[in-house]
Ligand binder design. Structure first.
Ligand SMILES: Cc1cc2nc3c(=O)[nH]c(=O)nc-3n(C[C@H](O)[C@H](O)[C@H](O)COP(=O)(O)OP(=O)(O)OC[C@H]3O[C@@H](n4cnc5c(N)ncnc54)[C@H](O)[C@@H]3O)c2cc1C
Length: 426
């Protein structure tokens, strides 16, 4: 099937029911849901499907840790973490002054009441996650790319483990299975882990993917097989007429549709701002390093709590992923941040080989409460927003895409979308 672009100022009737901008996990899940509801859908992406943040993440697709990264932080503690080279939080100090108001806004959500509200909202997306991944497996055959082996958070003492356990109380109240483990359990669950880790928390409900991009690729192939069209073009703006979205403008011309979904990751906030709906958004860098031929066996993902980064066994490699780099967009790649993860991995998995590596940086789309926007535009009819997935887009993309699909088709979403409203920023 060929994709035709209407020349600028074209006036043909809409070619598609819906255009989805962005072929990351969020955009593809929304596109599949819209197809399921009978819509003709075009996906438009500046690059290959799954080439954004969805490419390089830690690969956790079903998760039960719903605490936002800033939970419990004070401004002083936050700045101390930014200053500490051993902390996963980093900032480009030259940009700190202009980012300070955003940081304060983020930290205004760090108290227990707001964290509880955010956790509840994330829970409503996370909870159907396992079932939705099962459905995606039945639809697109992704089962061989998803492992259900749980996850182990690693601690160096009983006191550290118990302090971490206490922070997870609200998550356990959701009915999420989790168990305290000691050294003997760790030796069974993660035989290759250093004996310095004496305690931990095992979360059996976690699932991870062996290859995030291959997973997106399967979903994308299904989308195409079902008649979806793909246009590899950067979108420069949303086109609207008389207060109603009518398509998107790309470098090649206008593509028309009755409805437009903005799921362009970190670029989404710019499109929203151009449509009169500015939101307080940051692109927060994250890094990964793939360790090929690591020389140690690892069956399930790990999270060392003394230096938080994810250690995920993937196809042919172990992936170390994490780091929050504020103000890094448009700035050079920081190899020193990779070095900090490499320096630490030997303490977690002694004897691991770190000679055959590849590295990556991508940007998470972040709003100051860590929640995504899943909403209809308040200004332009037929325009929808689906972005701001922070550190959990792989986990929450399927539920968010499903809810958005319901919204676009005028049905009642099964999730309460109030916490994800674009209006919450005023
Ligand atoms: C280091 C790291 C580890 C992470 N680990 C996890 C994890 O374990 N589990 C988890 O759930 N989440 C994790 N995340 C977060 C997760 O990767 C993201 O939340 C998720 O990938 C966001 O998906 P998305 O579809 O919203 O955005 P993206 O995947 O970024 O997709 C956006 C798409 O929009 C396209 N686009 C952008 N601008 C335009 C334009 N102008 N025109 C057309 N197309 C455009 C891009 O090319 C891209 O393909 C991690 C992130 C990082 C950085």
């Amino acid at each position: 099937m060929t994709f035709t672009i209407i020349p600028d100022k074209g006036s043909q009737r809409s070619q598609y029911d819906c255009i989805v901008i962005g072929a990351g996990i969020a955009g593809i899940c929304a596109a599949l849901e819209l197809q399921r509801r009978g819509a003709s859908v075009a996906l438009v992406d500046a690059g290959d499907p799954g080439g954004g943040a969805s490419f390089g993440n830690a690969g956790i697709v079903v998760n039960t840790n719903l605490r936002p990264v800033f939970a419990g932080m004070t401004p002083v503690g936050f700045v101390q973490m930014l200053r500490n080279p051993a902390s996963p939080l980093n900032v480009r100090w030259s940009r700190f002054p202009t980012m300070a108001p955003w940081f304060l806004r983020m930290l205004s959500n760090a108290g227990p009441d707001k964290v509880a509200r955010i956790t509840r909202a994330l829970g409503s997306l996370c909870q159907p996650g396992a079932g939705l991944y099962d459905e995606l497996d039945r639809l697109a055959g992704i089962g061989d790319l998803v492992e259900a082996k749980g996850n182990v958070a690693l601690n160096r003492s009983e006191a550290e483990r118990d302090a971490h356990w206490d922070k997870l109380v609200q998550i356990r109240e959701f009915g999420v299975p989790m168990e305290k483990v000691g050294r003997a359990d760790l030796a069974r669950l993660v035989p290759s882990v250093s004996a310095d880790y004496t305690h931990g928390i095992y979360s059996p409900a976690f699932r991870h993917t062996l290859d995030p991009q291959a997973l997106i690729g399967r979903l994308f192939a299904k989308f195409r097989e079902q008649g979806g069209l793909f246009l590899r073009q950067p979108v420069t703006s949303i086109v609207s007429q008389a207060g109603r979205a009518s398509g998107v403008r790309t470098l090649g011309g206008i593509v028309e549709a009755d409805k437009v979904v903005v799921a362009a990751g970190t670029f989404s906030a710019r499109l929203a701002r151009d449509m009169g709906e500015a939101v307080p958004h940051q692109a927060v860098g994250g890094y990964h390093v793939m360790l090929r031929n690591p020389g140690v066996a690892l069956e399930r993902p790990l999270l060392p709590i003394d230096f938080r980064f994810a250690i995920t066994p993937m196809k042919d490699a172990i992936r170390l992923a994490g780091i929050y780099e504020f103000g890094g967009e448009g700035q050079p790649f920081r190899h020193d941040l990779i070095d900090t993860m490499l320096a630490h991995i030997g303490k977690v998995l002694p004897g691991i080989r770190t000679s055959d590596t590849s590295v990556w940086r991508g940007f998470r789309s972040y709003l100051p409460d860590g929640l995504p926007i899943i909403d209809a535009s308040r200004i332009t009819k037929g325009l929808y927003y689906l972005f701001g997935f922070s550190s959990s887009g792989m986990i929450n993309g399927p539920a968010a895409g499903r809810a958005l699909g319901a919204l676009v088709s005028g049905s009642e979403p099964s999730v309460d979308l109030e916490p994800f409203s674009i209006r919450r920023f005023g």
